[in-house]
Design a binder for this molecule. Structure first.
Ligand SMILES: C[C@H](O)[C@H](O)[C@H]1CNC2=NC(N)=NC(=O)C2=N1
Length: 101
């Protein structure tokens, strides 16, 4: 079944469970800071595996020790859906294991 775009209220409620994440416009976003480049890059690989499992893919922008994650759901015209929230929670789990801020 196709996901439905979430309302602003639903998004704001969901953000309360996702510290550090924000939703400027129609994207769910967070930037993580790592101890160095290799741990940031290794995390990208872990996130990629989860994204393949979920068949849902964020834009991942890797710089030296920072990783910007930005996601929405293409199939509903670029709106935030439950699929984005699920991916954000999975990414949080991974990053918590890496002790990132
Ligand atoms: C065909 C394939 O299922 C789609 O392109 C998937 C892949 N990953 C995706 N990722 C995101 N962010 N939104 C989508 O709608 C989406 N759709």
């Amino acid at each position: 079944m196709a996901p439905e775009p979430l309302s602003r209220q639903e998004i704001d409620n969901a953000l309360a469970e996702l510290p550090g994440w924000s939703a400027p416009g129609d994207r769910l976003e967070r930037t993580y800071t790592f101890e160095g480049h290799l741990s940031a890059a290794a995390t990208v690989a872990q996130i990629a595996r989860v994204q393949e499992t979920l068949n849902h893919h964020a834009d991942l922008t890797l710089s030296y020790n920072k990783l910007k994650v930005s996601v929405n759901t293409h199939s509903v015209g670029g709106k935030i859906t439950e699929l984005d929230l699920e991916l954000a929670h999975r990414i949080e789990q991974i990053c918590v294991e890496h002790h990132v801020s």
